[in-house]
Design a protein around this ligand. Structure first.
Ligand SMILES: Cc1cc2nc3c(=O)[nH]c(=O)nc-3n(C[C@H](O)[C@H](O)[C@H](O)COP(=O)(O)O)c2cc1C
Length: 198
């Protein structure tokens, strides 16, 4: 495969709770094979990974094929001429969401997201906060109008998850669906008969 036709996906982990989503996305892309992941983690993303899943900086970075510093705005993924299939921000903090919505490309996460939008590539944001304030909702509308997919990581109970891992995996599988990557993680709905009326 030539370097130019290689499939690549940018994955960012930011400081919302749920660093596990980013890790599982990276693991699943590696398991799938044939896709080079480009990982960039914000400062707060490293903090949440250390707090929530006990992963240090280098342990977290080991999940990416190519790793970039969030301060490296000269990295390959900062340019639209570097071809990728798009970007997943998992999880996406409200700060990063706001920066993307307003085009403030102050670090590599937000610059790479801006590139995905301007190049009309897939951009999926696992935006996480609760409850949502008006500015969060407005920013979600704005990025949706710009072409991004807002994908809050909320569990699907119809899938009858038996564990936290199963809940996370269902979300990760549905995110990969958006890149046309079929994943065994997804428990797919195949319809159900409505209960008989009394
Ligand atoms: C333990 C912890 C949990 C947090 N959870 C969230 C969250 O779920 N959503 C959010 O938007 N911000 C959350 N924050 C705040 C962000 O980390 C903070 O706004 C940070 O500046 C985001 O920076 P970043 O977008 O560059 O990663 C949390 C912070 C901490 C310390």
């Amino acid at each position: 495969m030539s370097n130019e036709s290689k499939r690549r996906i940018v994955v960012a982990i930011t400081g919302a709770t749920g660093a596990i989503y980013g890790v599982r996305v990276l693991e699943e892309l590696r398991r799938h094979g044939g896709i080079e992941t480009h990982l960039v983690v914000s400062k707060a993303g490293f903090l949440s990974a250390a707090t929530e899943i006990d992963l240090g900086r280098s342990e977290l970075q080991a999940f990416g094929d190519v790793v970039h510093s969030d301060r490296d705005v000269g990295a390959s993924i900062a340019s639209g001429s570097f071809r990728t299939d798009g970007m997943i921000v998992a999880p996406c903090s409200m700060r990063t969401l706001a920066a993307i919505a307003t085009g403030v490309t102050d670090n590599l996460v937000t610059r790479a997201a801006d590139v995905a939008l301007k190049e009309r590539r897939r951009l999926v944001l696992l935006a996480r906060e609760t409850p949502l304030g008006l500015v969060h909702l407005r920013n979600m509308v704005t990025v949706t109008e710009m072409g991004a997919v807002v994908f809050p990581p909320v569990p699907a109970f119809y899938a009858r998850p038996e564990s936290l891992d199963a809940m996370v995996d269902q979300t990760v599988g549905r995110v990969l669906d958006l890149f046309d990557l079929d994943s065994p993680l997804v428990r797919r709905w195949s319809g159900v008969k409505a209960p008989a009326e009394d």
